[in-house]
Design a protein around this ligand. Structure first.
Ligand code: FEO
Length: 397
């Protein structure tokens, strides 16, 4: 990625990871970027670094703007190694004694990631650092995305460096929202759904806090993807909407199948939901990546999960997805289970237990059909689909 001056004397010096396709279990089918920002002021300041394997490229990028040795301060907004992995190489280049400003938890966490005893300067929530013409303000944002996370705000220019928040796993030629256009929002939603959804209540509190503070935002610079400069309130509003998880008249029928019997049930449920005016999608777990499904889950009002019984348990893809979804703590869903079985038929009960553990409004006992369903047996699938359709809100929110 060629460095870009995003505001006077503030440069995007991060890198594009064009070919990453799996980011710890998240399908990054358009790659990602690790954004780092260089502020050339009386004290030259670098905000965040990049993944370890891109550290040389980061230093090259910095060098096109300024001699890296002239960096006075490093700000670490987040310890996760896609943003801190380049620190050893960077510190070696700029001088191991240069101060690293981070949250108190960042200090603790960085110390557990790297053995070097760097010159850490832990900062408090709300504390400020003058770098010359500009003042940086630090805001703790615990759990967005790790306990150490913080934002850095530059009053002069109203620029927020937001770490993981408002990011997208997207590598493209564009650097800004006005260049990317509407196509960036599905990437932002997918990022939210798979990285931040479980912290939705904290996001709403943080946005309330920022609103109460009257923080003006002319530019929001995340550590992944494009920068929001056209109207940053648009992505903030989307975060509020996604965090609230108000259910839409939308249902997901998520299943796997062995001999197409559970699939026949899935088709009957999906078709009936559509007949009832529900925006329903049929999702075969071996055709969809779990992270794509989670993006759909955010605003779905109903989650209907089907599995055949195999070896007295769930089909492995169904277990995988339920575990993943449970960890991300989606809220406000109606749910039920279905599945074909041969002789023991535990799958529906096992799914039901998982859906209840997620605090969904579960319709019990779900639908179990032995071996191959005929039209008469499939009527039970149609009936539960109609029941769900009646419980869903009448119109999209
Ligand atoms: Fe992009 Fe939580 O790291």
């Amino acid at each position: 990625m060629k460095p870009v001056e995003i505001a006077k004397d503030i440069f995007l010096v991060g890198v594009s990871d064009w070919n990453i396709r799996d980011f710890h279990g998240y399908s990054t089918y358009q790659g990602s970027t690790y954004n780092a920002y260089l502020i050339v002021d009386e004290k030259v300041t670098l905000i965040d670094t990049v993944k370890k394997e891109f550290a040389d490229e980061l230093i090259q990028n910095i060098r096109t703007v300024i001699d890296p040795k002239k960096i006075d301060y490093v700000i670490s907004n987040h310890t996760e190694m896609d943003h801190s992995g380049g620190l050893p190489r960077l510190m070696h280049s700029i001088g191991e004694d240069k101060p690293i400003y981070c949250s108190k938890m960042g200090h603790k966490n960085l110390s557990m990631h790297f053995s070097k005893k760097w010159n850490y300067r832990p900062v408090e929530d709300g504390s400020e650092l003058s770098i010359g013409k500009r003042t940086l303000s630090f805001m703790e944002t615990r759990m967005l995305h790790w306990p150490d996370s913080m934002f850095t705000y530059v009053k002069e220019g109203n620029i927020l460096f937001s770490s993981d928040a408002f990011g997208q796993h997207y590598a493209g030629p564009e650097r800004f929202d006005d260049e990317a256009g509407e196509v960036i929002f599905p990437h932002a939603k997918k990022y939210f759904a798979n990285i931040l959804l479980l912290y939705a209540p904290l996001i709403l509190k943080l946005i309330d806090k920022v609103t109460d503070m009257g923080l003006k935002l002319d530019m929001v610079c995340p550590d992944h993807g494009i920068i929001w400069r056209k109207d940053p309130s648009v992505i903030i509003d989307r975060y509020v909407e996604w965090s609230k998880q108000e259910p839409k008249r939308k249902a997901l029928v998520i299943y796997d199948t062995m001999w197409h019997s559970t699939e026949k049930m899935a088709q009957k449920i999906t078709n009936t939901l559509i007949e009832e005016g529900v925006s329903a999608k049929s999702i075969h777990l071996r055709s969809w990546h779990r992270s794509e499904i989670m993006t759909e889950v955010v605003d779905a009002g109903a989650i209907i999960v089907g599995s055949p019984t195999i070896n007295n348990g769930l089909f492995p893809t169904v277990s995988d997805f339920l575990t993943y979804m449970k960890g991300l703590k989606p809220q406000n869903k109606i749910a039920t289970a279905f599945g074909s079985y041969g002789w023991s038929g535990e799958a529906v009960k096992l799914i039901t237990n998982e859906l209840k553990a997620m605090k969904f409004d579960v319709l019990e006992p779900g639908i179990r059909i032995q071996y191959v369903p005929d039209e008469q047996k499939l009527e039970a699938c149609a009936a539960i689909a109609r029941d769900i359709a009646h419980k869903l809100p009448l119109q999209d929110q």
